[in-house]
Ligand binder design. Structure first.
Ligand code: MIC
Ligand code: SF4
Length: 748
């Protein structure tokens, strides 16, 4: 957004915030200030944390090439000529990491030509900025170019909150939400509860921003942030760079949080200036009072936040989390004992740094500082080392400043500025498919199968500097803070804590930044989709609700334990068909654990009784017979990615209702948007009542009312029935989506 638009937003805030202080009868937190100043209609809006549905006007929409395909396909159905809010598309997810940046880029451009042409032509036509493949990862590019204090943004990617590092409310959503906001509609979200994180002390030594969030994950767990905003403040916040703040907010997605953000400070101003936005820094300084919490809130946070967590940065130890879940946290000093106890493979097979989470200049420089020490001491890398820079700017700068050379000297491979190994786009040949092995990275996710497509890979997440130190030990039992390694001279070698300036002294180097502005005359541009495309399929509207209750639906799958969107709709090679609903639906539930049989990705055919069948194949058979089906799930169902394929594929293959112990926020909304009924057991233990061969009936659908439970009847194989109560969070409008068959149908 141009600086005068931002100034206008800030100017308009004073009156709105006063109105809110009067109405709420109290001072405001920063998150509230931003939400209030983006209300579609403040006066008509109900405000009630955890209850009200907020209608907001967003400043910006961000799309990436994997989820963005569906977002644009849905936007196109709305029949608008141009997007109503500034929007950008970023080509980052589809680039496979195989043999290094330059070859990988060439391959990606050929391989994904069809998808890039579609995204490029649609961007040109509808007034969307286009960031070419190689330009960088969405969140890093947004931080460098678009994020600003006090703004409100949505993005079709769960790590959109990265922009909270610059004091923005930036929220990850499904593509349908983006499509609607781009079409000019107000955007809706549940009024979030607020977690205040008060930081004291100072980051120093080995401890980095990453440790704030990996520690917090251990405290709050992957469910702890659901429908909540995490707001960071306090005297310790100033000791964290803007990009470090970005890391913390980025990984707030792993808490399930709606978003995370920091109060505006000088570190943000410095970063804005270093990224050519000194003018924005200046206005933000001028309106600082609107871009931080009110003084009363800072003085007595417990009174204004629903929960408060205190972290003393001076006491915080470096942490490492994993395997398989980002909340399995402990200080690095405690890892060795756990490795022994659990029998995890000690040898580290690969070490990776970078990604959207940790690829700032500071991250790279601190890692290089560690690598330099090892080189000087004559240590050799014991583990392959892969680096993914977050953007072209970072890439060019680390190249100019000799950081890349250091990485190369330790045998590192610099990959393209893209998601690559973070999203299963990593072709590994060093371990067998089922071989249990250990990897460490500075990324944000570590679900089974996440990096290399193999569920046998145990992935641990920590800061980039710790990852780099581990390269020289090759062992998961090494603690770089307290431990020593043996140098070539036989003497013990101990690392000193990493050091780096926060920003490049010579400023950022610039390369081919890779931005393309939309066409001046969009009408003249044709969106390129070949009718025979194997990658893009134009969407057909889903059928309307037929007005009938759901009668005795077979349960296609009852999942047990963690069911992330990576379990429901895996990424990796499936990214190739993210724009093709029919084809991608072949991956449905491939990673899900079957509660009845213990199998992964397979189950028993509810009609024929055949065992070991693939879920998508079974669903297609049911669909061909005109039968619909249900899904039963566990806690925090749909955790992780914003990919709406995890809702669209079930919908497309005949799913009517998903009943779980609890939902992750984005996925629950995605189900609603696509016309599937999301229910939760009113008694979580009722999950155990659902047995093999049960049928599910849902009654009273015509009377579906906000806040009123619905009755679900389980019909057992012997004909006996059990009746249970389930809850839903549908609003009147969302009930309209359900009846219309999808939010998009309701819109038309
Ligand atoms: C992720 O980190 O899981 C992704 C890949 O960026 C996803 C988006 C996607 O599935 O395309 C996300 O976080 O939303
Ligand atoms: Fe890409 Fe990984 Fe970041 Fe998702 S988390 S945007 S896949 S780098």
């Amino acid at each position: 957004m141009a600086v005068d638009q931002i100034r206008r937003l800030y100017e308009s805030m004073a009156a709105k915030l006063d109105q809110a202080r009067t109405r709420f009868g109290r001072p405001l937190t920063l998150a509230e200030k931003i939400l209030v100043s983006h209300a579609d209609n403040f006066a008509a809006q109900e405000w009630s944390r955890g209850k009200a549905q907020l209608r907001l006007r967003v400043d910006r929409v961000a799309l990436q090439d994997a989820t963005g395909q569906m977002a644009l396909l849905q936007f196109m159905q709305a029949g608008k000529k141009q997007v109503a809010v500034p929007s950008t598309v970023h080509c980052d997810h589809l680039i496979r990491a195989q043999s290094g940046a330059s070859d990988d880029m060439k391959r990606a451009v050929t391989e994904n030509n069809e998808v890039y042409s579609f995204l490029h032509s649609a961007s040109r036509k509808y007034g969307i900025g286009f960031w070419k493949p190689g330009a960088g990862i969405i969140h890093q590019v947004i931080l460098e170019n678009y994020a600003f204090p006090g703004g409100l943004m949505i993005g079709a990617d769960s790590h959109t909150p990265n922009a909270g590092g610059l004091g923005m409310v930036a929220i990850g959503v499904g593509g349908a939400d983006c499509g609607e906001a781009m079409a000019g509609l107000a955007w809706e979200v549940l009024d979030p509860r607020l977690i205040g994180v008060r930081l004291t002390g100072k980051l120093s030594g080995w401890t980095s921003a990453k440790d704030v969030i990996t520690y917090l994950l251990g405290v709050l767990t992957v469910k702890g942030g659901t429908n909540k905003i995490v707001e960071y403040f306090g005297p310790g916040a100033e000791s964290i760079s803007a990009t470090g703040k970005g890391t913390i907010c980025n990984m707030g997605a792993e808490l399930g949080a709606t978003t995370s953000l920091f109060h505006f400070d000088d570190r943000m101003a410095t970063y804005l200036a270093a990224t050519d936005r000194a003018d924005i820094a200046k206005v933000a300084q001028q309106y600082r009072e609107h871009l931080v919490g009110d003084p009363e809130v800072l003085a007595d946070p417990k009174k204004y936040y629903d929960e408060v967590v205190e972290i003393d940065l001076s006491e915080l130890e470096p942490h490492i989390v994993g395997p398989h879940s980002p909340d399995r946290a402990r200080p690095i000093s405690k890892l060795a004992a756990e490795v022994k106890k659990e029998g995890w493979p000690v040898q580290i097979k690969a070490a990776l740094i970078g990604s959207c989470t940790n690829s700032s200049y500071e991250d790279m420089k601190r890692s290089a500082h560690v690598a330099m020490q090892a080189l000087k001491a004559g240590l050799k890398a014991k583990t392959p080392f892969l680096v993914t820079p977050g953007s072209e700017r970072i890439y060019q700068t680390i190249k100019r400043d000799g950081i890349m050379e250091t990485f190369e000297k330790i045998g590192g491979t610099v990959l393209a500025n893209a998601c690559g190994p973070c999203i299963g786009q990593w072709k590994r040949s060093d371990v067998g498919k089922e071989e249990t092995n250990t990897i460490v990275s500075s990324f944000n996710r570590n679900f089974p199968g996440r990096n290399d497509g193999s569920a046998a890979t145990l992935s641990f997440l920590t800061s980039p500097e710790i990852v780099t130190a581990l390269v020289f030990a090759g062992s998961l039992e090494f603690d770089p803070v307290h431990g020593t390694l043996q140098g070539p001279d036989g003497k013990a070698f101990r690392f000193t804590p990493p050091e780096s300036e926060e920003l490049p002294a010579k400023g950022f180097a610039k390369g081919e930044e890779g931005f393309e502005a939309p066409a001046a005359d969009g009408d003249a541009v044709q969106v390129v989709v070949s009718p025979t495309s194997e990658r893009i399929q134009l969407l057909q509207p889903f059928p309307r609700w037929d007005g009938k209750d759901f009668a005795e639906l077979p349960v296609l799958v009852k999942t047990k334990g963690k069911t992330t969107t990576d379990h429901i709709s895996p990424a990796g090679t499936w990214l190739l068909v993210r724009g093709h609903l029919d084809k991608i639906s072949d991956n449905m539930f491939l990673g899900a654990s079957n509660a009845f049989t213990g199998e992964v990705g397979k189950g028993t055919n509810p009609i024929t009784g055949e065992q070991g069948q693939n879920f998508s194949k079974m669903a297609r058979e049911l669909k061909a017979k005109g039968l619909s089906w249900a899904v039963v799930g566990d806690e925090n169902y749909g955790e992780g990615s914003s990919r709406e394929h995890a809702a669209m594929s079930p919908r497309y293959l005949g799913c009517k209702v998903v009943i779980v112990r609890s939902f992750a926020r984005i996925h629950e909304t995605n189900l609603k948007k696509q016309g599937i009924l999301p229910l939760t057991f009113s008694k979580p233990t009722d999950y155990d009542l659902v047995g093999p061969g049960d049928r599910v009936s849902v009654t009273g659908l015509a009377q579906l009312t906000p806040g009123k439970p619905v009755t679900v009847v389980l019909t057992k194989p012997d004909g006996k029935t059990v009746s249970i109560q389930c809850l839903h969070t549908l609003t009147d409008e969302q009930i309209g989506w359900f009846k219309a068959g999808s939010a998009l149908n309701a819109l038309k």
